[in-house]
Design a binder for this molecule. Structure first.
Ligand SMILES: [Zn+2]
Length: 156
């Protein structure tokens, strides 16, 4: 799921790189380097072609790495769209069982409204859920065949 990030140590601190050179140095596409620049990698002012300091490259990639590795804390779910861990809206999540022992937490990203999923085992549910209010929509149907709380809801 996580794309491997280039090794920041490949950058030579004391030299500067054109976009082409940086791409070659890290074995990525030039457009990837342009993305980095768009997203905040500093460039040397007003120079053509664009020059990036090795020092800046190294620290930019280092930070990027750290962020990517950032694990979800308890109560957080990774939002694929925001590319960051988020506490779901309203601090609420559903536990959707996929087996007797595991399932996933589903919440809504407070920033972009996307559905977020986090795999979790039933044993770790409370630990992973942290302070979240967790509802189990399927619980009723899993209790047993003799008990159907919703079946008679149309009767009147
Ligand atoms: Zn989001």
């Amino acid at each position: 799921m996580c794309k491997r990030l280039p090794n920041p140590r490949l950058a030579k601190i004391h030299r500067s790189y054109t976009v082409d050179e940086a791409a070659r140095c890290f074995g990525v596409h030039r457009n990837t380097v342009r993305q980095w620049i768009k997203r905040g990698l500093p460039v040397c002012d007003d120079k053509r072609p664009t020059l990036v300091l090795g020092r800046d490259l190294a620290s930019y990639l280092q930070v990027k790495r750290t962020i990517n590795k950032r694990p979800c804390r308890p109560g957080q779910i990774y939002c694929v769209r925001c590319r960051a861990p988020r506490s779901p809206a309203g601090d609420m999540a559903d536990y959707i069982a996929s087996s007797a022992t595991s399932g996933r937490l589903v919440g809504i990203c407070p920033d972009c409204d996307a559905l977020m999923n986090r795999r979790v085992s039933l044993a770790n549910l409370l630990q992973v859920g942290g302070e979240l209010v967790i509802t189990m929509p399927q619980a009723h149907s899993r209790i047993g065949d003799t008990h159907h709380p919703f079946v008679n809801s149309d009767f009147k």
